[in-house]
Design a protein around this ligand. Structure first.
Ligand code: WT7
Length: 654
């Protein structure tokens, strides 16, 4: 037996039960969780209908539950009317107006608290500002903002008036922003004069100006929030300061009653082509799953301070910052800056300062902080923490144990939540008062979520520890509705594999003997770099758009902090660069990719060769490249290679 195999067997059998104390106070106990699962399996439709009635406030109650007539474009509750912002803000401002909705921690250490009442009035006022600019239902509004309360206010304001937001992560380049503006045909862009990051200012307004100038679609207005006071270019006809826009606007704005299926937002994510997909979500179904999974998985109580470290530019920041917690009337913490600023203790310092009780982050962040040793977290008071979470990639057992011992002091359950931009909310996760957790496993599906692992022919894999395709067998309310502007791609990507029978997640996974789920990784050419999804094709197309590059192939390579790192093989036009020339070119290309996509897409390694390995039919031998990047022995048949001598070059030995 190999060490790896022994380790994996040990992992599977090592399990952690929630403490008696935790079980006693948990929102969901074993009986309730079993009842929910039983109700869902007995009558899937009724199960969701009951939740939707109990958990959401409707302007017009629905009669239809699930409409399958346009499958796989499923619709839920589609004769009901509702508003996401009303359910988040008005409901809680009326129940508990003085409760803190948002604690904002700026990078410089200043903090601010916003109550539900204030959040409602600030959102309403900004919504009136958007109306003044002529924004109406179905208009697309791009939000390219720092991580600050105004980003959430902008999202909630769009939801209030039925505009569709498309948040673009502030770390993306102007070029990536331009692509997203064009694809969504955005009427308005909301940005800031800058964002603070590691003590520097990220010039968001400048990037917006470039993107808008280059966009083939004309943006009507750019709203600029003053965050840094840095001097920025200002186009008097097009640009307007946030403060000027809302000045004179009423702080009351009636929420629009919207159809349950009204698109709440578009969020772009990477796929197996060079072009990101605009994942489109609905209103009612999305907020239903966001709210219920938030309360169940994070066991939220009235005095909790919940901190999800994700930026609102990702789905995690949508579901578990801007919507789920506010729908549940919780107090959230928003942190503006870098995890390592001014030093690597910043996360723990924030937990201490604001008495954070529930902390949710990515394995990559845990690994990065773990590297700096135990003394740093041990020098802060983390005694308020009672529950920890992870998301975005598989967590290695070593990082899980560190999180459990050093951060959670063996007292806090860890919820490892598996989900995707497409699923809208968590799908497989422990329930902290119910499920025994295992380091590295996301454990069991949520009530009402019908997960399975199937083989190539779509049959369930019954045997334990056997890998297969992770699929969802029944539609669920928060599922994506389509890909913006490309329904064909929606059908091909998620449904064609098994003739429309199941939603295909794109991950492979297996179940162990206890029925716990273990995610093995993507089955397509998608990388997971620091918990962020990135298409190899996206990086390749960025590389080949450089005038010096003839061809490029990008593969992933395991990385101890990032999970995966990006390895690019590049064929240049003209002679293959070597020595100093190669170094310069590597640097230039990394910067180029940064400009084309953003810092997260910068290749960690670039290797030049005269050719890429191709089969006689011209296909790039990716598995071979992957083995070379990982310095593994080559087991592939290379006899079909056109030119065997390039292997040494690819290995960097020549
Ligand atoms: C992909 C989705 C869900 C928000 C963040 C990422 C991987 C996600 C886990 C987990 C193992 C995970 C999957 C998935 N993934 N969570 N707990 N364990 N893998 O959202 O960018 O849409 O990426 O992230 O591969 O398909 P995303």
């Amino acid at each position: 037996m190999t060490d790896e195999l022994i380790e994996s067997i040990l992992n599977e059998s090592r399990s952690f039960a929630p403490s008696k104390k935790f079980i006693k106070q948990a929102n969901l106990n074993k009986e309730e969780a079993e009842r929910l699962k039983e109700e869902a399996s007995r009558n899937h439709i009724e199960y969701w209908a009951k939740l939707a009635k109990d958990e959401l406030d409707w302007f017009l109650p629905f009669k239809n539950i699930l409409d399958e007539s346009k499958a796989p474009n499923y619709e839920w509750f589609n004769d009901g009317e509702i508003n996401a912002s009303f359910n988040s803000l008005d409901v809680n401002a009326s129940n508990n107006p003085e409760k803190t909705a948002i604690i904002f921690e700026a990078e410089d250490g200043k903090s601010e608290r916003i109550t539900y009442k204030e959040l409602l009035s600030r959102t309403s006022q900004f919504a009136n500002g958007l109306k003044k600019l002529g924004v109406v239902q179905m208009d697309r509004v791009v939000i390219y903002m720092p991580m600050c309360p105004e980003a959430v206010i902008a999202m909630q304001a769009c939801a209030r008036i039925g505009a569709i937001h498309s948040v673009v992560f502030g770390g993306f380049s102007s070029n990536a922003l331009k692509d997203r503006i064009e694809d969504a045909e955005a009427k308005i862009v909301i940005t800031a004069d800058g964002a603070y990051r590691s003590g520097n200012i990220v010039p968001l307004k400048q990037a917006t100006d470039e993107a808008v100038a280059q966009s083939s679609h004309e943006v009507k207005n750019v709203v600029v929030f003053k965050r840094t006071g840095e001097k920025v270019e200002f186009n008097q006809e097009r640009d307007i300061w946030w403060a000027d826009l809302i000045s004179g606007c009423d702080s009351h704005c009636d929420p629009e009653p919207l159809n349950a299926e009204h698109p709440l937002f578009i969020l772009y994510t990477s796929g197996s082509t060079g072009k990101p997909k605009g994942i489109q979500h609905s209103t009612a179904g999305y907020i239903l799953h966001a709210k219920t999974t938030f309360s169940w998985i994070f066991d939220i109580k009235k005095d909790d301070v919940f901190w999800c470290t994700a930026d609102v530019g990702w789905i995690t920041g949508h579901t578990y910052v801007a919507y789920g917690p506010l729908l549940a009337g919780a107090t959230i913490l928003i942190y503006e800056g870098a995890p390592t600023f001014p030093d690597v203790g910043r996360f723990w310092k924030i937990c201490e300062k604001h008495a954070v009780t529930i902390f949710y982050t990515a394995p990559t962040a845990i690994r990065a902080l773990m590297k700096h040793g135990d003394e740093i977290p041990q020098s802060y008071d983390l005694s308020e923490l009672r529950l920890l979470g992870t998301v975005g990639e598989p967590i290695n057992p070593e990082a899980w144990m560190w999180y459990h011992n050093i951060i959670g002091k063996e007292r806090c359950p860890i919820v490892d939540t598996w989900w995707q931009t497409e699923t809208g909310g968590a799908m497989i996760s422990p329930l902290p008062g119910v499920t025994n957790t295992k380091p590295g496993s996301c454990t069991m599906p949520m009530p009402g979520i019908d997960v399975d692992i199937v083989d190539e022919s779509g049959e369930s894999v019954e045997a334990p520890n056997q890998g297969g395709y992770l699929v969802i067998k029944k539609p669920w309310p928060s599922m994506l509705r389509t890909i913006w502007g490309d329904n064909q791609r929606y059908i091909e990507t998620y449904w064609d594999k098994f003739d429309g029978r199941y939603y295909v997640a794109g991950d492979s996974a297996y179940k162990d003997t206890d029925g716990c789920h273990w995610i093995m990784g993507r089955i397509d050419d998608v990388l997971n770099v620091s918990g962020h999804r990135l298409g190899t094709m996206e990086v390749e197309s960025a590389l080949v758009s450089n005038e010096k590059v003839a061809e490029a192939a990008v593969v992933g390579k395991p990385h101890d902090v990032k999970g995966e790192s990006i390895f690019a093989f590049v064929v240049t036009k003209g002679n293959r660069p070597t020595g100093e020339d190669a170094k310069k070119m590597q640097q230039g290309l990394r910067e180029w990719v940064n400009e084309q996509v953003g810092a997260i897409a910068k290749p960690d390694e670039i290797r030049f060769s005269d050719n890429l390995p191709k089969t006689r039919s011209g296909k790039i031998m990716r598995r071979l490249l992957r083995a070379i990047a990982r310095e593994e022995a080559i087991t592939q048949d290379i006899s079909t290679l056109e030119d065997e001598s390039i292997i040494k070059q690819l290995q960097g030995k020549e």
